[in-house]
Design a binder for this molecule. Sequence first.
Ligand SMILES: NC(=O)C1=CN([C@@H]2O[C@H](COP(=O)(O)OP(=O)(O)OC[C@H]3O[C@@H](n4cnc5c(N)ncnc54)[C@H](O)[C@@H]3O)[C@@H](O)[C@H]2O)C=CC1
Ligand SMILES: O=C(O)[C@H]1O[C@H](OP(=O)(O)OP(=O)(O)OC[C@H]2O[C@@H](n3ccc(=O)[nH]c3=O)[C@H](O)[C@@H]2O)[C@H](O)[C@@H](O)[C@@H]1O
Length: 446
Amino acid sequence: MVKICCIGAGYVGGPTMAVIALNREAMPGKNLFFSTNVEKHVSEADIIFVSVNTPTKTRGLGAGKAADLTYWESAARMIADVSKSDKIVVEKSTVPVKTAEAIEKILTHNSKGINYQILSNPEFLAEGTAIEDLFSPDRVLIGGRETPDGQRAIKALKDVYAHWVPEDRIICTNLWSAELSKLAANAFLAQRISSVNAMSALCEATGADVSQVSHAIGKDTRIGPKFLNSSVGFGGSCFQKDILNLVYICECNGLTEVANYWKQVIKVNDYQKSRFVNRVVSSMFNTVSGKKIAILGFAFKKDTGDTRETPAIDVCNGLLGDKAWLSIYDPQVTEDQIQRDLAMKKFDWDHPVHLQPMSPTSVKQVTVVWDAYEATKNAHGLCILTEWDEFKSLDFQRIFDNMQKPAFVFDGRNVVNADKLREIGFIVYSIGKPLDPWLKDMPAMA
Ligand SMILES: NC(=O)C1=CN([C@@H]2O[C@H](COP(=O)(O)OP(=O)(O)OC[C@H]3O[C@@H](n4cnc5c(N)ncnc54)[C@H](O)[C@@H]3O)[C@@H](O)[C@H]2O)C=CC1
Ligand SMILES: O=C(O)[C@H]1O[C@H](OP(=O)(O)OP(=O)(O)OC[C@H]2O[C@@H](n3ccc(=O)[nH]c3=O)[C@H](O)[C@@H]2O)[C@H](O)[C@@H](O)[C@@H]1O
């Protein structure tokens, strides 16, 4: 029986190993172990997955763009140190194109006669749907060397997935295609959101409604309906990181135009967040200084407590920069996390916790509460930054009664019924929707 070990038990490594284990034995649970004795398990394994962090570099060459492969390299060196038999090493982390070549060099230069085959097997799961995505993936991608040994390694990994994934969904390619396809998939997905968000600004300027536009274009089977929801901006641990990485690789290959093309996806995302902040401030008489503003939702999307690169961080920091007082409510994010996020430097979050900066001093204009009604009490405005279902069924009359007047709602996820809220008396801004008369007269966006 093939023995599998995974280095890195985070969002990707943990669920991936659980699903592989569940699909191999009649008695699931007896074949899945979590251990810190990494040397022992690596030396016993036939196939070693590596799903450690690959954050954006914060210092040195390529800072702010290139992937930091420190954790990957240390995993590879450890594999080289402890291995006594041939190994298949699987890149599960998202890595720059050609990483396999670097890993191969580290392993073979320390090989003691052991044969290593490196495979690229990127992961496409999304958070909140990880188990469904792993059980029923659109595709599994395996890249390897085009040598007989490389092809044998591909077959060995294919056999692992073939326990539950139909064969026609397992795509085998060369190494570089597999590595690049992961970056390309995330870049295309993020590009769709930036495209619809760019349209949202034009919708506001013209009286078009972005939901109607999305619906109309999504009906074209060549475009398709998914991933066309306008928002305050995309977040999450990977879209920005992977596009920056792609941009860096293009630049290193002298492809400036291609790099600039993809950079624009991030620029539009940043524009969308600052556009939202500008809307809030300009609507409220051009100042939010000393005003209480409720923030409903802090996670980067609903059904997760994950705040990595959440647009809420930039929106909150933008409002704090204008001296607002924020009262934040998210059903799954803790006060400690929010305080850390608002004080942390860009990209520091994507390192193992023990390597992150010590607990920062808390931002004093921020309070975190466990109830949307508490958050909105006496507030001048409320901003919806995550599309939690519970925000749709809030008692907005009660909220209105307890807010300062005029009372503003800024819906960054298009979750509330703007007409109903206007009937109650709110001034409502919904991303990409025809503007409230109040907002029409306010200064145009930067
Ligand atoms: N989060 C997601 O939804 C997806 C992430 N990815 C990619 O997968 C990779 C991992 O991402 P996540 O699982 O989200 O990260 P994570 O931060 O949740 O997990 C990584 C884990 O690796 C551990 N680690 C780091 N160095 C180690 C070492 N030398 N030995 C043992 N453990 C070590 C860390 O302590 C951490 O627990 C990244 O490259 C990411 O881009 C790919 C698809 C989806
Ligand atoms: O490489 C990764 O880490 C993963 O990144 C994303 O998954 P994830 O970040 O978990 O979440 P998504 O559902 O893709 O959402 C990302 C962001 O885009 C936003 N979004 C999504 C869809 C949409 O129509 N509009 C929109 O603004 C979400 O609110 C969220 O902030 C991809 O969907 C996964 O395929 C990929 O494996």
